[in-house]
Design a protein around this ligand. Structure first.
Ligand code: PEP
Length: 250
């Protein structure tokens, strides 16, 4: 049994509305029975205030899906760490594969964002993961090595960072890594973290699995010793299924 407390993070992506958010939280809060894990919801930025209000007096934390690395200035369309903090945000997803693919977030950008996020006392949830081609050609480890090196270069206080291992071929596809595959790859990520930081830090950092996690497969994934929780996309919008994932941490 590891010392790391599991965390389940829901990523709503570009979905939801104010009415949906309020309804979702009141239902979620009555259905959660597990106290064994931390929980967070990451809605679109326009719903942060609505959710912050709805999550008061619950054990559910608020997260954002992205941030800009500068504190303020002429960056049309962007949001800073200070702005997120003002909304009551605790976690910030960084380097999600959709950001990398559609918005060209590079490892160098993501590294700057990780640094700004830590400097603001927010918790980065850094996403990494290989493509199907890389997995099939045996290049998973080299991909993850590079991504971790480049996204975590020069990080001073890594203790609270969360890593989400999200194989690209499993995101939104209904294909999940087997618990053994996910456990093995997360073990590799932990060994890389030990090389970048130290063994002690690597043992503290929570590493999540993400990619088509659902009510049916969550328990077998979350029971694996290296897997410290889940980053949940599609299923985080279905309250009963999201609760099943949370409650499988019992
Ligand atoms: C994600 O986008 O982080 C994710 C894991 O999505 P899904 O659960 O829908 O595969």
């Amino acid at each position: 049994m590891s010392m790391r407390k599991p965390i389940i993070i829901g990523n709503w992506k570009m979905n939801g509305s104010m009415a949906f958010a309020k309804e979702f939280v009141s239902e979620l809060n009555t259905l959660i029975t597990s106290k064994a894990c931390d929980i967070a919801i990451c809605p679109p930025a326009t719903l942060l205030n609505t959710l912050a209000e709805a999550l008061k007096n619950t054990n559910i934390a608020l997260g954002a899906q992205n941030v800009h690395f500068e504190e303020k200035g002429a960056f049309t369309g962007e949001i800073s760490t200070g702005m997120l903090k003002e909304c009551g945000v605790k976690y910030v997803i960084l380097g999600h594969s959709e950001r990398r693919k559609y918005f060209a977030d590079s490892n160098a950008d993501i590294c700057k964002k990780v640094k700004s996020t830590i400097a603001a006392n927010l918790i980065p949830v850094l996403c990494v993961g290989e493509s199907l081609k890389e997995r099939e050609e045996g290049n998973t480890e080299i991909h993850l090595h590079t991504e971790l090196q480049e996204c975590l270069q020069g990080i001073q206080h890594p203790e609270n960072i969360i890593i989400a291992y999200e194989p690209l071929w499993a995101i939104g596809t209904g294909k999940t890594a087997t618990p053994q595959e996910a456990n093995e790859t997360i073990g590799f990520i932990r060994r890389e973290l030990a090389k970048i930081f130290s063994e002690e830090i690597a043992q503290k950092i929570r590493i999540l699995y993400g990619g088509s996690m659902n009510a049916q497969n969550a328990k077998s994934l979350l029971d694996m010793p290296e897997i410290d929780g889940g980053l949940i996309g599609g299923v985080s919008l279905i309250v009963k299924d999201f609760v099943s994932v949370i409650n499988s941490n019992n």
